[in-house]
Design a protein around this ligand. Structure first.
Ligand code: ADP
Length: 313
């Protein structure tokens, strides 16, 4: 059985359902990716690498990991920190706004828990996934040890996968984010960016611009997401390094685009780990993302998703 390790932060999510009533769940880009990967490919071992607290919310979060069959062998517990929190507010026009309380979250301490034994375990994995948010979450003074760990995984032959999700307010400056993203581009063999990330950080707003800016890096698999616009794929095996456009069928009634990219990533990586060819892996990923955005929330109802998946694949 294949093993993928995903490092990042899972947060407590609050969403208002009516005036003064909030529904509580758990979400975060890397966690969302893990959930969809495991739902679509249950035979793959999906391990989350993170830190939670010992409080009730953290206990419930770990129960949620278990319910989603996500392995917690590298989920650490901090005695003095709690998970990050965010609230989604829907205004009268259906516009969403997000408020975060994550500056002091347990997950920021992840590198304090990564010892030689953890690195030895990660080195046995097939894939290691992290995002731009994962890097931002890691305390700045611990990032050197994160990159050192990534180098050790590369040496061990683990496939490194990076999604440069960019959240400006998590960085002290755009320059700080750029420097960290450039390190990630230099180390990851698979990169799964959205054009919007490049637009905000590098003022690049086309897929070709993304390809050109990543040309100096040794990336062997690049899939560029751009909402309902075509996916642009550059992989050695699919097209000998020439960009290929794969049409997306636009969804007519989008309900909530949260997690579009995360569900795409999870299903795509799961498919690749299960030796499904590139074209079919992308098709599965795009159809899953299209399903997810027709439902509310980052993590859609499990029964509904399973029914969709069984009917299609
Ligand atoms: P992110 O969540 O990273 O911003 P995108 O919005 O680029 O991600 O969407 C990721 C994927 O989800 C797209 O590549 C596409 O496959 C699918 N997708 C997103 N928006 C739509 C849409 N309106 N109709 C159909 N598919 C979509």
């Amino acid at each position: 059985m294949k093993n993928i390790y995903l490092l990042g932060e899972c947060m407590i999510e609050l969403m208002n359902t009516s005036m003064n009533t909030m529904k509580q769940s758990f979400a975060g880009d890397v966690y969302n990716t893990a959930v969809y990967l495991k739902r679509a490919f249950p035979k793959t071992n999906v391990h989350l690498v993170t830190v939670v607290g010992t409080d009730r919310f953290s206990q419930n979060m770990m129960t949620c990991f278990k319910d989603e069959n996500i392995q917690s062998d590298l989920v650490f517990q901090s005695k003095n920190k709690a998970p990050g929190l965010y609230a989604i507010d829907l205004d009268d026009n259906g516009e969403r706004s997000f408020t975060y309380w994550r500056e002091n979250s347990a997950a920021r301490q992840i590198m304090q828990h990564i010892n030689d034994a953890a690195i030895a375990q990660l080195s046995q994995g097939d894939m290691f996934f992290f995002s731009g948010i994962s890097i931002a979450v890691i305390e700045p003074n611990a990032r050197a040890s994160f990159w050192h760990m990534v180098d050790q995984l590369i040496q061990a032959g683990v496939q490194i996968v990076f999604d440069p999700n960019y959240r400006p307010r998590m960085w002290s400056s755009p320059g700080e984010a750029k420097a960290q993203f450039q390190l990630a581009f230099a180390k990851a063999s698979t990169v799964l960016p959205g054009v919007d990330d490049f637009e905000q950080l590098f003022a690049i707003d086309t897929a070709q611009g993304v390809i050109d800016s990543l040309a100096p890096y040794p990336i062997t698999e690049l899939i560029i997401k751009n909402g309902p616009a075509s996916l642009i794929v550059v992989t050695q095996s699919l097209n000998d390094g020439h960009p290929q456009e794969i049409q997306v069928s636009p969804v007519k009634h989008v309900v909530d685009t949260t997690s579009a990219g995360d569900s795409f990533n999870g299903v795509y990586l799961g498919a690749k780990l299960n030796d499904i060819n590139d074209f079919e892996a992308i098709n599965m990923a795009a159809q899953s993302a299209a399903y997810v955005i027709q439902h509310k929330g980052a993590i859609v109802d499990k029964i509904g998703f399973d029914e969709f998946w069984q009917a299609r694949f």
